[in-house]
Write a protein that binds this ligand. Structure first.
Ligand code: GAP
Length: 447
């Protein structure tokens, strides 16, 4: 399917993944709500990230810091002065553009040309626009109560560096991982979930001895790239791109993006930055608290930081795009989401072949009750069996178990594979164990 954000919005809405936020009031620009399947897919992405980054490692601990921090954090980090985009307004069409994206934006009056190229365009000089949302803490709304919604989770980690170092008794190399909402008042949001104003970041700050930072940077680029391949993204659609000097953020001494070939072109999925000692030094200077490592032998240094940072939204879009497939089976078209089974919101469907047959329904309900305490599974007896299979294909369910006449005779069921459409028979008593095995198998996209 070609990339038309409107079409993706529609498809994801129809299948219960994503809804426009506050839709009955006309929505709110680039904010979204998630329906049942969207929640389940996001939970899977979050859990798999957390498993790889924290559970399966000895050298990373978790943190959950507040969304609203002392505003001095954002002064020290450079966000108050530097987290800006250059913005121009058009006095004619009243639209607002990022100056650095004029060449990929469309004029409000004549969309076939770029802003500034139509004779009626009247662009203002560029001015810097800070992307942080502001709020006030307490009853008074004045300068003294001004605060910000965090634009990244990373700073909550840096300001807790000393706590973790002392209380979790860590020494470099070690990491602190955090998952949580971040907020940015993006000027040019759009492209569905790709650039939104409220998103869930998954960031990990890995503190290392300065001399080892390049090695660890390379290590984390590879580790994160392999994670995407492990969960099914095709390598033909993934690449690593190093930032040149102009492109790098103020804090970074080296950054590589893991890019995905989104339908808008190669774009950043995840950034892996070498932040050097920028953040710990800034917070040491601004707070007066020394954020450094002191070894048992008395050696002391400010660790350097390697940071893999991504949002669940960017991963979800990449996985939806990668999974989406249309094919003709027999005479009929089917749409299928070929998600990695670990990402699929529903792991299996249980279907009685004939919904009015009490024997089949009883067996199907019993199987469903057995499976659903272990996994997200669905029971469906609505409509012809072909339509029920197609409904599951559309939400990416990897397996469907069908209870039919033969089940009543020999206690076996059919299992249908979403990707190959192959069917085999299994003893009904072995379905739960079969499903455990099938979900643990390696999976590669058949696309
Ligand atoms: N702590 C570093 C940091 O925040 P970033 O490149 O600005 O760096 C990191 O953001 C990741 O967060 C990006 O690679 C992307 O996955 C995600 N992200 C950033 N802005 C986003 C937005 N407006 N909507 C969705 N995801 C976003």
């Amino acid at each position: 399917m070609t990339w038309r954000p409107g079409l993706w919005r529609q498809q994801c809405r129809r299948r219960g993944f994503v809804f426009p936020s506050s839709e009955i009031y006309g929505g709110l620009g680039s904010t979204y709500d998630y329906g049942h399947y969207g929640v389940l897919a996001k939970n899977n992405i979050r859990e798999l990230w957390f498993r790889a980054m924290v559970q399966e490692r000895e050298d990373i601990v978790a943190l959950d810091s507040a969304v609203i921090l002392n505003p001095r954090v954002w002064e020290a980090s450079g966000h108050v002065s530097g987290f800006t985009d250059p913005l121009v307004d058009c006095r004619t069409c009243k639209l607002r553009f990022r100056e650095d994206q004029l060449s990929v934006s469309a004029c409000g009056r004549r969309p076939s040309v770029h802003p500034g190229e139509f004779r009626e365009c009247d662009l203002t000089e560029a001015r810097q626009f800070n992307l942080m949302f502001t709020t006030h803490v307490g009853a008074l709304e004045d300068e003294s109560s001004l605060a910000y919604l965090r634009p990244e989770t990373a700073q909550g980690i840096f300001v807790n560096f000393k706590n973790v170092l002392q209380l979790a008794r860590r020494k470099p190399p070690f990491g602190i991982a955090q998952i949580g909402k971040s907020f940015r008042n993006e000027i040019t949001p759009g492209n569905f979930l790709f650039r939104v104003r409220e998103f869930e970041q998954m960031e990990m700050e890995f503190f290392v001895p300065p001399a080892d930072s390049t090695r660890w940077h390379e290590y984390w680029i590879k580790e994160r790239y392999d994670w995407y391949v492990r969960y099914g993204l095709r390598e033909t659609q993934l690449r690593v791109r190093e930032h040149d000097e102009q492109e790098r953020s103020h804090y970074s001494s080296a950054t590589s993006d893991i890019e995905y070939l989104y339908p808008i072109g190669w774009s950043e999925l995840e950034g892996v930055a070498n932040r050097g000692d920028y953040d710990l030094t800034q917070h040491t200077n601004a707070s007066g608290t020394k954020l450094e490592y002191v070894g048992e032998g008395g050696e002391r240094y400010t660790p350097h930081v390697i940071e893999p940072a991504v949002s669940i939204e960017r991963i979800l879009v990449a996985m939806l795009v990668d999974a989406y497939d249309e094919e003709v089976v027999g005479e009929r078209e089917r749409t299928v989401l070929r998600f990695h089974p670990a990402i699929a919101p529903i792991k299996a469907a249980v279907l009685p072949l004939i919904a009015k047959d009490e024997g089949m329904v009883a067996k199907a309900r019993a199987l469903y009750e057995e499976l659903r305490v272990r996994r997200f599974v669905e029971y469906d007896d609505g409509g012809a069996i072909g339509r029920r299979y197609r409904r599951q294909d559309e939400i990416g369910t990897p397996y469907a178990f069908t209870i039919d006449e033969q089940t009543l005779e020999d206690e076996t069921v059919t299992v249908r594979d979403r990707d190959s459409l192959a069917q085999e028979r299994l003893p009904i008593g072995g379905v739960a164990a079969w499903l455990d095995d099938a979900l643990a198998r390696e999976w590669r996209s058949p696309k």
